[in-house]
Design a protein around this ligand. Sequence first.
Ligand SMILES: Cc1cc2nc3c(=O)[nH]c(=O)nc-3n(C[C@H](O)[C@H](O)[C@H](O)COP(=O)(O)O)c2cc1C
Length: 168
Amino acid sequence: MKQIGIFYGSSTGNTEAAATTIASALGMESVTLHDISETEPDALLSYDNLILGASTWGFGELQDDWQNFLPGIAELDLGGKTVALFGLGDQYSYSDVFLDAMGIIYEEVRARGAEIVGAWPTDGYEFDGSRAIADGSFVGLALDADNQDDLTPERINQWISQLKPAFQ
Ligand SMILES: Cc1cc2nc3c(=O)[nH]c(=O)nc-3n(C[C@H](O)[C@H](O)[C@H](O)COP(=O)(O)O)c2cc1C
């Protein structure tokens, strides 16, 4: 497998913790972790396989580091890249805008020509609305550290085993 770049933004550490668990599940030697608060967007171009992780803040808004980083992605050509997404949110307190940031990033990365892999079923979540849904599934792995943190390790393991064949 080619090197995978994991890029994440995290305000209170939940997305960072998920990124680290994802890296371990993939095997650390095939992964490089990037905190986007310390990274330039064109670092994405160093990888053919990418995993992007974001929490949602405000009311359906990007996490702060992603607010700064995403406009830089709009300048890039991501044709030929394979991209998987994961998002952190709170399905009970923000039921109308659960994981919206993952949807915002999906829309941008797709518009830049990337192939998006790693869709995830909505079974097992309770929410009223999300911008991170396409064709009836989440556009990436949905995690809720506030309410379902006990499910996170198993969700990550399942998602990774589904994802691995898509990363060449
Ligand atoms: C002030 C505030 C606003 C939030 N807004 C949303 C939201 O709009 N949608 C959502 O799904 N989660 C929302 N959340 C939940 C966070 O996304 C969640 O706690 C996440 O795990 C934080 O991850 P981080 O520590 O990596 O930033 C919000 C949390 C707080 C405290």
